[in-house]
Design a protein around this ligand. Sequence first.
Ligand code: SF4
Ligand code: SF4
Ligand code: SF4
Length: 261
Amino acid sequence: MKPMATRRKVIQRMLEGAVFLGGGGLIWGSAIKANSKSDYVLRPPGALKEKDFLKACIKCGQCIEACPYDTLKLAQPGDGITNGTPYFEPRTIPCYLCTDMPCTDSCPSGALDLKRLSKELEVPNINNSKMGLAVIHQESCVAYWGIQCEACYRACPLIDKAISLKYEENSVTGKHAKLLPVVHSDVCTGCGVCEHVCIVEKAAIFVLPIDKSTGKVGDHYIKSWEKSDEKRIKENIKSADDDKDIESAIDYLNDDDLIDN
Ligand code: SF4
Ligand code: SF4
Ligand code: SF4
């Protein structure tokens, strides 16, 4: 082979390699995008935890058919969400919290479980759903600027329970009060009606999956003023007493008189 032709071939291979690497980059890039999107997916009411949900869902689409608002979508290739599984995007169509829970009720596999919508022995109630949690980006929420809005607050199906308005003096004008929306995580269902109606260009209030919207304090913190933690305090005192018993037993065994005898 002539040297010129050889060089051309080498350059051609290098370019092919570059294209291949570039393609790989694209594939890898979209895989990262896909993963991150599936991390933030919102599932229908009563869905099991994401890992269990993915194992249980048989991708039959019955929940999607049962939804009267076309809230639920079937994940398609390229959506970045496990193919064939149901999800929703509140900015487009939120969950309207149907009291008869048709989506959850229609699920034949247990991926959506009515039991997850009941507290202890009560009957299932859609208001117990935890599809996610609404969070507020204060910098883009005009109410936090001092402009009267209340759109999310008024639209929330659990008004004054899941979301309330907090009065705060407006230090800029010195005259008016700000009415600030505040979400209550113990009640918020993650339905996303607030996100749907938010008036700014990119919603300032939006729903994230619970594990993405909440922090975690360590187990070593105890709230002495809460009933649920009283038991833990007693247990801690008891184990401290046990430690003292062990200490005094050791002291007794190390007692000089005992050793001399
Ligand atoms: S509760 Fe109603 S609106 Fe919400 S996803 Fe289920 S069927 Fe659709
Ligand atoms: S009805 Fe249940 S099994 Fe069928 S797609 Fe919906 S979640 Fe999956
Ligand atoms: S997601 Fe928004 S509208 Fe739905 S319950 Fe929570 S605060 Fe209310």
